[in-house]
Write a new protein. Structure first.
Length: 275
């Protein structure tokens, strides 16, 4: 990182240390987000620093399938294979937990970069999970309050991880996500950098129109199901709303708190229709 970014992240880390006294979220500084990696690890997320842990190994297995689909032999058969939406049938099944962990795990790759996009514009959770705040995000870009997507694309203190927050809620969120502007933005995400993986934290599939719109943009979908809670009928209905040409996989998440996406990870199964 250059000196400007280093100084901005240093200022933000100082603000984070001050905010920890009252556990307040820390604001982004100069387009940079400083993630408290120790705090995340203590909450049970993938660790960037630890070489071996159960959750690190589990997400290594999951990401291998995703990266194989995105960059391996099958990539030519999947449109936008490096665009991966993470969703669930119903709320609070652990999709944000999964999306953040996938982003952290892929950011540890030597030859890949990752962009984490919070597209759950009705109930954004990525920044809350990371305990940071940002003034603008995807919605501000789509409605034209900021002119360039780079203005809402935040660098983090993890070199290979960038984040686009959801921004504020908007009554035309479905139409904005379905717009030509959003489609062109996703196309740029997919093609601009050959080594980039885009993880989209999407709304639940059932009862929310935005999720079906996003399914038309992504090449892969990770469906998060909660052990002992997700109903088979709901999962089937949710999968039916996905693009049938996508590579579709499943992650089983065991929640320790059914009221939050910030849950403990239980285990996984990942399979793809593109095998």
């Amino acid at each position: 990182m250059d000196n400007t970014i280093e100084k901005a992240l240093q200022r933000q880390m100082e603000a984070k240390l001050a905010a920890e006294k009252d556990n307040a979220p820390v604001h982004a500084v100069d387009g940079n987000i400083a993630i408290n990696l120790v705090e995340l690890e203590q909450k049970g997320f993938v660790s960037i620093n630890a070489t071996r842990s159960r959750i690190n190994e589990e997400y290594r297995e999951i990401k291998r399938k995703l990266l194989k689909n995105a960059f391996g032999l099958l990539s030519s058969t999947i449109d936008r294979a490096n665009i991966i939406m993470v969703t669930s049938a119903r709320p609070s099944e652990g999709k944000t937990f999964t999306a953040v962990n996938l982003a952290l795990s892929i950011a540890a790759e030597q030859d890949k970069t990752v962009l984490l996009v919070d597209a759950d514009v009705l109930k954004p959770n990525v920044l809350r999970t990371l305990n940071v705040k940002a003034e603008t995000g995807l919605m501000e870009y789509l409605i034209g309050e900021v002119n360039d997507i780079s203005e809402v694309l935040y660098q983090t203190n993890i070199d290979k991880l960038k984040i686009i927050p959801a921004g504020r809620s908007h009554h035309l969120s479905t139409e904005l996500l379905a717009s030509k502007k959003m489609e062109e933005t996703i196309r740029e995400f997919s093609s601009r950098y050959a080594d980039r993986v885009v993880i989209i934290d999407s709304p639940p599939m059932l009862g929310i129109n935005e999720s079906a719109v996003l399914a038309g943009f992504a090449g892969q979908a990770v469906m998060v199901v909660e052990e002992g809670k997700s109903k088979l009928n709901d999962i089937q209905k949710a999968v039916a709303r996905l693009n049938p040409e996508m590579a579709i996989g499943f992650v089983v998440n065991k929640s320790t708190n059914s009221n939050s996406d910030d849950t403990g990870y239980y285990g996984y199964y990942y399979g793809s229709e593109q095998d």
